[in-house]
Design a protein around this ligand. Structure first.
Ligand SMILES: *Cc1c(COP(=O)(O)O)cnc(C)c1O
Length: 434
């Protein structure tokens, strides 16, 4: 064993050498040092604000739906580790990847039949875009290479995904001019239950029709726009997109990286609309938060189109494609999800969030409180003071990671009612102090 470093030494080295998401170098705000995690609790290496354990309100960014250190997922990882943790996927295959692909085909919307296993969500979006562009090239329509999306979205941090992130808010403003120029519709009108706005539907149809000649695909997050602003919209607009794409010969991509695996109350958010995309991206909760893995699914029409091209292959192949450890855990995580009444658990958490966050609506500085499935959001009328809000949540024994004007939670599905209430109290405390 290497020599143990003290928490103080680790944090100093971290600050000097380690980039964190969207962070400066050297680091400014000290991250919390986590020693282990179990169930819904993160155990800290040293107490912070009097707490040595925090209830995780973030599921490690939408991923740890079964909580941490789960015996079933641990067994899947151990079992696979003893067979092999990795082999290359070019010219070789293995049971965990095949089983996972078959399972994804079985549980996803019916027309999706083929699975590309990628190593992160952003890469799965790159692959989705590549599939769409290659499809049109194969069909002799190379001009169809732009994308259309609506404002307020988030699709990842690599190049093509950044080009369809919200062009105004967020991190990607910096890249205007360097990124491919895509076509942006207005953000969808807010509200999952709101009556569909006919004028907005007409706006979508008009824009898709006007640009059809140059459009390869429309790409959106169905029902919930996550990191772009945690907003919800009516599933009716997904039907409008499906119809307009069919009418004008444009592919439709749903990025379900955040919404997949039950988070919104449906296994996939597309089910709220009753429509299927041509291409779908999955990630985040795919491995129950254990390992990095994502998937891009497509229809047989898309796969056949690609196969008819001058280069009749999908031109992508990451080194760690189909990683056996990650695919074995993903398959176990999906079985575990489907073996229980996950829908009931999500409903239970939804009720707990509605109940516990209602009080936030009356706090000064709060613009709106919204809940859908196991997602609870408090939107302020000002930028969150991250440090103050985080400290307030930690004092309540809860881990939250607010951003922009948003304090939000999407707890693991195993979170008990008392812990849901505690998370809500922490969100309210963060809203009060942030
Ligand atoms: C997180 C996210 C991504 C990017 O996934 P990474 O694994 O972080 O690359 C893409 N799209 C959506 C909707 C996401 O929430």
């Amino acid at each position: 064993m290497p020599e143990r470093l003290t928490p103080g030494e680790l944090l100093t080295l971290d600050r000097q050498h380690v980039w964190h998401p969207y962070g400066p170098m050297p680091g400014k705000a000290a991250p919390l040092l986590v020693e282990s995690a179990s169930g819904v609790r993160l155990r800290l290496a040293e107490p912070v604000e009097g707490q040595d354990e925090l209830v995780d309100g973030m599921s490690s960014w939408w991923s740890a739906v079964h909580g941490y250190n789960h015996p079933v997922l641990n067994d899947a990882a151990h079992g696979q580790l003893e067979r092999m943790s990795h082999v290359m996927f070019g010219g070789l295959t293995h049971e965990p990847a095949v089983r996972l692909a078959k399972r994804l085909v079985d549980i996803s919307p019916e027309p999706l039949q083929h699975v590309f296993l990628a190593d992160s969500g952003s890469v799965s979006v790159e692959v989705a875009v590549k599939m769409c562009l290659q499809y049109w090239r194969s069909l002799g329509k190379p001009r169809k290479q732009r994308l259309l999306t609506w404002r307020g979205g988030y699709h990842g941090d690599t190049w093509q995904p950044m080009s369809v992130c919200d062009p105004d808010g967020g991190m990607h403003e910096l890249w205007q001019g360097a990124l491919p120029r895509q076509i942006f519709a207005d953000a969808p009108p807010a509200g999952f239950d709101a009556a569909p706005d006919e004028a907005y539907a007409a706006h979508l149809r008009e824009l898709i029709g006007r640009h059809a000649e140059e459009l390869a695909a429309v790409i959106v997050e169905p029902v919930v726009q996550g990191a772009g602003g945690m907003s919800f919209h009516s599933p009716a607009y997904l039907r409008v997109l499906r119809e307009a794409c069919d009418e004008h010969g444009v592919l439709l991509v749903f990025d379900e990286i955040a919404t997949g695996f039950g988070r919104t109350g449906a296994l996939f958010a597309a089910e709220h609309a009753g429509v299927a995309p041509d291409v779908m991206c999955l990630g985040k909760a795919l491995t129950g938060g254990y390992l990095t893995l994502a998937a891009t699914l497509c229809t047989t029409a898309v796969a056949d189109g690609i196969s008819r091209g001058a280069l009749p292959v999908l031109a992508h192949g990451p080194t760690f494609m189909g990683n056996p450890l990650a695919t074995a855990v993903a398959d176990a995580s999906i079985s575990l999800l489907l073996s229980q009444d996950w829908g009931q658990e999500v409903k239970r958490i939804e009720a707990g969030l509605r109940n516990g966050l209602a009080a936030a609506a009356d706090l000064p500085g709060v613009r709106e409180v919204r809940v859908l499935g196991a997602i609870g959001v408090v939107q302020l009328d000002h930028e969150v003071d991250m440090a103050a809000a985080t400290r307030a949540a930690v004092r309540e024994g809860v881990w939250l990671r607010p951003f922009r004007d948003l304090i939000y939670t999407m707890p693991p599905y195993i979170t008990g009612d008392d812990d849901v209430a505690r998370i809500c109290a922490a969100v309210c405390a963060a809203a009060r102090e942030g």
